[in-house]
Write a protein that binds this ligand. Structure first.
Ligand SMILES: *Cc1c(COP(=O)(O)O)cnc(C)c1O
Length: 387
């Protein structure tokens, strides 16, 4: 039987037609398809500006740079995330610390955050930037994050790699009402895709200008921004150290086309997740709690082993499912456990809830084309593994 992956893109004929149109046009990079995609995502989310970039990681890097992350600065994020959420600080020479998670949603805990801020203020070492991660597509309570940001004076970059199409109290993720910037990823396993790709949203004009410049080598062609007088029609200046983090028009065309179906993608994920909830309800597992004010994009369907009701270990369950061709996954190895971060001196016992998550979490297959029979195969395998 064909293996069932944990995630998979859905590419339709309309997507292919949009990409072909670009291939037949004069522009395959930095042409009109980029702006059309950026405008469409900004409009969808209700943000002023959007900047398409090569991938989500590049988006996080540019966002941290645009906020002036420097050696000596501190960035806080969740330990239960892909390492890119923390790496963006390290690229800028800034330090990283982690805020333990909420055991029910596996999002960064705002109670732990608040207590940690009180201690950090007393110690004179507040973070410059907080990166809340909308784990699995469920938005954090950004209203409360925004209040804390104003009270303690830190910046906020939402790592919304999982969360395009989600909302909190009816406000779409990416609207940036309570953050400086929001970053999406369009990697193929995410909710919608451009192959590789990412986007940064912001309402702040100054940040928008900086992001555009940093995306293209730190180069400007705007005489108002130049240090010298123009030396001729060829003239441009590199005024800071930027990167080539551009997206191609080919990717942007795919992204624009996928965006037209985003709500349908998310609705399908909800239907499948609801079915998992029902089919799994008698097993010693618990799904993540969904906050009543949050509408998740459900990038991931994660269950946690209820270790009080089963003595099956993670190891055993994973081996058995993988042996049956069910490609379950574990999101995530806590970032501080990776040797690179371990060498910077974090202590797993400072993050007991992240450790519990790591001992219990299983990501089940969830993607647009997952059939009901395949879903039943997943559930049957789990049932056997836990029997
Ligand atoms: C996928 C992901 C990223 C990075 O996105 P890429 O487009 O793969 O660079 C960052 N943060 C989280 C939480 C992710 O899941």
């Amino acid at each position: 039987m064909k293996p069932i992956p944990y995630g998979h893109q859905h590419i339709g004929e309309a997507d292919i037609a949009e990409v072909v149109k670009v291939l037949r046009s004069d522009w395959i990079t930095q042409g009109p398809a980029i702006k059309r995609f950026e405008d469409a995502v900004a409009h969808y989310c209700g943000a002023r500006h959007a900047v398409a970039v090569a991938n989500g990681t590049a988006g996080l890097h540019l966002a941290a740079l645009a906020l002036g992350a420097n050696p000596g600065d501190l960035l806080w994020t969740s330990p239960i995330t892909f390492t890119a959420s923390a790496n963006c600080a390290r690229y800028c020479g800034a330090d990283v610390d982690f805020v333990d998670i909420d055991p029910e949603t596996s999002n960064l805990s705002l109670d732990v955050l608040e207590r940690k801020l009180v201690r950090a203020k007393a110690a004179g070492r507040l973070p410059k930037i907080l990166v809340p991660v909308h784990y699995g597509g469920q938005p954090c309570d950004m209203i409360r994050v925004g209040e804390l940001a104003r009270r303690y004076g830190f910046h906020v970059i939402e790592d919304a790699a999982h969360a395009i199409g989600s909302s909190f109290r009816g406000v779409r993720t990416g609207a940036c009402r309570d953050s400086d910037m929001t970053v999406f990823s369009f990697h193929p396993v995410k909710v919608m895709t451009t192959g590789e790709g990412g986007m940064i949203l912001t309402n702040r004009d100054v940040l928008y200008e900086r992001l555009l410049m940093l995306r293209t080598h730190g180069i400007t062609r705007d005489p108002a921004k130049m240090a010298e007088k123009s030396q001729g029609p060829w003239y441009y200046e590199q005024i800071e150290l930027g990167f080539n983090y551009r997206m191609t028009d080919i990717q942007a065309a795919l992204g624009w086309s996928q965006l037209q179906r985003l709500d349908e993608f998310v609705a399908r994920r909800h239907a499948l997740a609801k079915r998992y909830d029902q089919l799994l309800s008698d097993l010693p597992l618990r799904p993540l709690r969904q906050h009543p004010d949050a509408y998740s994009s459900l990038h991931l369907y994660v269950v946690r082993l209820d270790r009080q009701r089963t003595n099956r270990t993670h190891q055993v369950v994973f081996s058995q499912l993988l042996g049956n061709g069910i490609e379950v996954n574990l999101h995530y190895i806590p970032v501080y456990r990776h040797p690179y971060y371990r060498s910077l001196g974090y202590e797993p016992r400072e993050f007991p809830e992240a450790e519990n998550h790591y001992a219990e979490a299983i990501t089940l297959p969830l993607y647009f084309d997952l059939g009901e029979r395949e879903q039943e195969r997943v559930v049957e395998s789990l049932r056997q593994a836990l029997a």
